[in-house]
Design a protein around this ligand. Structure first.
Ligand SMILES: [Zn+2]
Ligand SMILES: [Zn+2]
Length: 330
């Protein structure tokens, strides 16, 4: 039996699936829908023509000018810094020359005084004469040097790093703060609270001195436990372990969201722990410090039986541990 047209009150036999409304329609209604679709092409043509005109008459000079204005501002600021640095070095130069001249003046005055003294008492020795002669020769050399040799000034050309100025397209998907919803609820953070927070799909975990607290979706405190350890470096949720992981500089703790028990995970390795994150399978706790040796970190009690597989150097100051999740699940 052939199907009838899907349009209400139309009794004609359907002749095909309409591409625009995904309904089975009769020939007449198919034609109507097709004509309606075609009629939508005209306004699109108008729009594209308008956009074409916009592109042709685009005021790129305005954009260029505002960009150049910014570059010019940067240039002027750089010049100011150079001028200021130059002035500072000129002052250093003046000061050093004056110091050198003052030193020679002091020696000259001292020598002059000594000679006057000896003349006044009308008595001297060969040794006095030799010493005075020697200091006068030295003074003479020093004074000549000031003029002839001047100061040693070493300069290096200013290195301009290309990254000082970067020019990129402006992307649309930057965070637009105006689209954020208004403040939902404010939580007081007492002095001594660590600023980190993390969440799973049920709770938000934050440290509110002196406790670790779980908040529900309505921001009510649902559970808490006293945190009597050191400064928290980072926290994350491990869905594999079903535990929150809290990093201290030297220790890893697992927090059970049901009992709020805190288990210290034994680890081997001396490096400081600085941050962590979890995928479904792996915990990545990057550690600071020297990392040329490949010391393995063993988490012997990660829920009784998790063990480390590999630690790998990442960049200069961070090391990443890959801890096998399959061994956690045993
Ligand atoms: Zn249709
Ligand atoms: Zn029809």
């Amino acid at each position: 039996m052939s199907q009838s047209c899907s349009i209400e009150k139309c009794t004609r036999t359907s002749r095909g699936l309409c591409d625009c409304c995904q309904q089975n329609l009769c020939l007449q209604h198919l034609n109507e829908h097709n004509a309606l679709l075609i009629s939508q092409l005209d306004p699109l043509t108008d729009e594209i023509n308008v956009l074409g005109y916009c592109l042709e008459t685009l005021n790129i000079q305005k954009t260029i000018d505002s960009g150049r204005e910014k570059l010019e501002q940067w240039r002027q600021e750089c010049y100011k810094k150079i001028d200021c640095f130059f002035e500072q070095k000129c002052q250093e130069l003046d000061q050093l020359i004056n110091e050198i001249v003052d030193q020679q003046r002091t020696v000259l005055n001292r020598t002059h005084l000594k000679i006057t003294e000896l003349i006044n008492i009308q008595e001297t020795t060969r040794q006095h004469i030799d010493l005075l002669t020697s200091s006068i020769r030295q003074l003479e050399r020093n004074i000549n040097n000031i003029e002839q040799k001047g100061l040693t000034i070493t300069t290096r050309p200013l290195l301009i790093d290309d990254t000082l100025v970067s020019i990129e397209r402006t992307t649309d998907h930057e965070l637009d703060i105006s689209t954020l919803s208004s403040v939902y609820k404010t939580i007081d953070r007492s002095d001594g609270s660590f600023r980190l927070l993390t969440a799973n799909d049920r709770y938000l975990l934050i440290h509110q001195y002196p406790n670790l607290r779980l908040f529900d979706r309505e921001m009510n405190i649902v559970k808490q436990t006293k945190w009597s350890y050191g400064e928290i470096q980072d926290m994350c949720w491990s869905s594999t372990l079903g535990r929150f992981i809290v990093l201290e500089e030297n220790d890893i703790f697992l927090i059970d969201e049901n009992t709020m028990s805190i288990d210290n995970v034994q680890r081997i390795g001396e490096r400081d722990l600085i941050s962590c994150t979890c995928s479904d399978a792996i915990l990545f706790p990057p550690m600071s410090g020297e990392s040329d040796d490949s010391t393995a970190m063993v988490a012997q009690t990660f829920v009784q039986m998790a063990y480390l597989l590999l630690e790998q150097q990442m960049k200069e100051s961070a090391v990443i541990c890959f801890i096998s999740c399959s061994s956690w699940e045993k």
